[in-house]
Design a protein around this ligand. Structure first.
Ligand code: ATP
Ligand code: MG
Length: 750
């Protein structure tokens, strides 16, 4: 017998020991009204896991009692996703809609026993008579109806004699029961509707509470495991089974559902995102659906590990996406070949390269700490591409990559020094001219190999392959998107690099190969772009320790790590190293803070009050770059006020966007962040009708661009939002405008 790692297993062990049950049968009961999401992964991992551990069975039961929302396409998708997760239900595939006849017979039995009756009241009246938590309900005038009369009416209900909503069947329990679920709950309603499996055979449909326990009983389920919100329904679950005298009977146990920050898991909301085009489908890689995670490149193993690690408890918990990301990295670390890809290329010409020479470097696929063999040839010539981000003409403090006159090492290759920068008219660098230092033989005491500030990735300009790279961020800006979740959509949740270039070795691989792109993250080819001439790679997950260094790394800062990896580069001075370790923040944000005058003191003052990781991120990314030569000690606000600002973000009181606006004001003239936030909000044009009018104005003015948008130039959405924002002189919430623009464009498409 498995040792009890959670309360459900403890109950099962006990039931087996006492002989209450001799076998274990559980079920996973999705309603086919949407795709499965990460929460369902938790429930199915638990149920299929129990069946495997105890040598029992886990049934797949489609809980399909509501004709309005269910569909065969969801049945198919659910089965596909469960198989992908690795679960096998064998013959045990069931449908609650197959039990309609049996449920009907049982309902008739309850009527005969005087335990159910047909009520002619409208659903509103019934609701009004239910009472409240503190006040008992009142009995319906139809409650005293004879069983014969109810039986006859119920038969007529089934036969289609009545209109929708004119009558219901109710259990006769107790209108004064302290648990409101027990106040004569509804069992059947009339719905003249087509059911995706039963067609028009039925026009009465059972309610969940009536169908669910009886379905469990029909399948001889021993342990019926559901989420906590069904706790209050358990008394009713038991009441029906007792009233019918079913034996042996199932028992219900509740566990905490999985919630995740920056995500919605309500199927209703997910459906809305798909239906209204906020994402491209149920399998959009930003969706928390299993289909979305699969398309993104996440492995089933990572999902199962995550679900097992978070365990089964009775305490409602919300997980940070970082916890799932951690499981994904762990899973991919020793599976993913390391290759180089440049997202946003900047051409480099090596001036001292011999004309026509192409070197084939032999580069290992794996770092030393992974005991795997294998190398690939990497071509190198005098024309290369490096990441735009890896070069800075005017480097911010702490920048350790290529600068004019500075040197870096090309990964798996040589040190280069930047001698000249060619710029376009706007002053942006378009090409670097560098000197390569190939080996010690070519360098002399007079002309030694310069010290590399860091190692960067690169590809050969001619021999690399053009690809598109898709980076994903959270779909929502708010940790807990509310009812108004559309206004929390993150406008930057998808960033596409159209001109990325990858090393040619990947051409040899299986299309399903997963890679680590050096310094960026884990990637694979997007299966839904497989037929296109240019492959599209999805970022499965970024590398944690690159989070503020590259664009991939837009993940939310995780809780401070007890072990911070501090690069073993000579550029990090021992004092800096010691300070980073003490402060407990990663070098990417820590080094700029450390190297700013007064930075450590300011950081200490602010981080005493709020999450240090977030303080560090805000200092490094928003405050320090805005100093423009000023000293921290000259600012019109203190570290404490800065901490208050960060706290507003931390507690979700302000969006990142708002906080940045508040910070801009604070930098100009100081002030209390909370007051400034209120003022900012008050000054906004939030009246939806005004905004809708402005949106319409913009879309009419740019009718030609609207057409282009509908022909596929979806990037124009940002342009429209910008135009509306301009009309409000920046005084509207960009999220709200974005949602309204989107809604208007969707309407126009129809
Ligand atoms: P919604 O209420 O959004 O429609 P649901 O929970 O009703 O979702 P079902 O298809 O009925 O969706 O769920 C099937 C099973 O998965 C149920 O046993 C349910 O308890 C479980 N489940 C659903 N969401 C979660 C979650 N977030 N965490 C854990 N289990 C979940
Ligand atoms: Mg449900």
């Amino acid at each position: 017998m498995a040792s009890a790692s959670d309360f459900i297993r403890a109950i099962i062990n006990d039931d087996l020991k006492r002989g209450k049950v001799s076998r274990i049968a559980v079920r996973f009961p999705p309603e086919p009204n949407g795709y499965l999401h990460i929460g369902h992964a938790k429930s199915s991992t638990l149920n299929f896991g129990l069946a495997a551990e105890y040598g029992g069975q886990c049934h797949l039961r489609f809980d399909d009692t509501n004709p309005a929302t269910e569909d065969q396409k969801y049945v198919d998708a659910i089965k596909r996703d469960l198989r992908w997760l690795g679960f096998d239900w064998g013959e045990n595939e069931f449908y609650a809609s197959d039990y309609f006849e049996q449920l009907y017979d049982w309902a008739c039995k309850l009527i005969q026993l005087g335990l159910a009756y047909v009520d002619d009241s409208s659903e509103e009246t019934i609701r009004a008579l239910r009472g409240t938590v503190t006040q008992p309900g009142s009995e319906s005038p139809f409650r005293k109806r004879s069983p014969e009369e109810s039986l006859a009416l119920f038969a007529q209900m089934r036969a289609g004699a009545f209109d929708d909503g004119t009558r219901v069947l109710r259990a006769k329990i107790d209108m004064a029961h302290p648990n409101m679920k027990m106040r004569d709950p509804l069992m059947y309603r009339i719905r003249h509707a087509h059911h995706y499996r039963r067609g028009n055979t039925w026009c009465i449909y059972p309610f969940y509470d009536w169908a669910h326990g009886q379905s469990d009983a029909i399948e001889k389920i021993t342990h019926s495991i559901c989420t906590l919100e069904f706790m209050a329904n358990r008394v009713l679950y038991d009441w029906y089974l007792d009233a019918l005298g079913i034996n042996p009977r199932p028992y219900q146990y509740e566990f905490a559902r999985l919630n995740m920050d920056y995500t919605v898991t309500s199927k209703r909301k997910l459906l809305q995102l798909v239906r209204d085009g906020y994402v491209d489908s149920w399998s959009d890689p930003r969706m928390p659906t299993l289909a979305g995670l699969r398309r993104r490149g996440v492995t089933p193993n990572a999902i199962r590990t995550f679900c097992t690690c978070i365990g089964t408890t009775k305490v409602d918990s919300t997980y940070h996406p970082g916890q799932l990301e951690h499981a994904i990295r762990q899973d991919l670390n020793d599976k993913a070949k390391r290759v180089m890809c440049v997202l946003d290329p900047l051409p480099v010409t090596i001036m001292n390269w011999r004309d026509g020479l192409v070197e084939e470097l032999e580069a290992p696929y794996w770092p030393h700490d992974i005991p795997r063999e294998g190398t690939r040839p990497v071509p190198l010539s005098g024309e290369l591409l490096i990441e735009q981000d890896d070069f800075a003409e005017e480097p911010p403090k702490g920048f350790r990559r290529l600068i004019p006159g500075g040197s870096v090492r090309l990964r798996h290759a040589y040190v280069i020094r930047c001698d000249r920068v060619e710029k376009d008219r706007a002053g942006r660098p378009v090409r670097l001219y560098c000197t390569v230092f190939k080996d010690s033989a070519s360098t002399t005491a007079k002309n030694p190999t310069p010290k590399a500030r860091s190692t960067i990735h690169w590809v050969d300009a001619r021999r690399s392959i053009p690809v598109t790279v898709r980076l994903y961020d959270h779909l929502f800006n708010a940790a807990a998107p509310g009812e108004d979740f559309l206004s929390d959509l993150n406008a930057d949740s998808l960033v596409v690099y159209e001109h990325a270039r990858i090393e040619p070795s990947v051409l040899e691989d299986d299309p399903e190969e997963r890679y680590q792109f050096t310094r960026l993250g884990y990637f694979w080819r997007d299966p839904e772009h497989a037929h296109e001439a240019v492959a599209a790679f999805n970022c499965i997950v970024s590398l944690r320790d690159s989070w503020s260094r590259t664009k991939v790394a837009k993940t939310v800062p995780e809780k401070p790590q007890p072990h911070i990896h501090i690069p073993d580069a000579p550029s990090v001075k021992p004092e800096a190293r010691a300070w980073l370790a003490r402060a407990g923040i990663p070098p990417a944000v820590g080094i700029p803070i450390y190297s700013t005058e007064g930075g450590p003191v300011f950081f200490a003052g602010a981080s005493a009050l709020v999450d240090r990781a977030l303080v560090a991120t805000w200092m490094a990314n928003h405050l320090l770059p805005a100093l423009n030569g000023r000293f921290l000690s000259d600012l019109p606000f203190t570290a404490v006020e800065f901490a208050q600002l960060v706290a507003l973000v931390n507690t979700q009181h302000a969006t990142t966007h708002e906080a940045r606006e508040v910070l801009a004001t604070m930098l100009k003239k100081g002030g209390n962040p909370e007051t400034l936030l209120e003022r900012l909000r008050a000054s906004r044009v939030s009246d939806e009708r005004t905004l809708v009018t402005l949106v319409e104005e913009v879309l009419t003015t740019y009718a030609d661009r609207v057409q282009a948008y509908h022909r596929g130039k979806t990037g124009l959405a940002g342009f429209f939002v910008g135009q509306v924002m301009q009309k409000t002189r920046g005084k509207a919430s960009p999220h709200q405008v974005q949602a309204l623009v989107h809604a208007a464009l969707t309407r126009l498409a129809k």
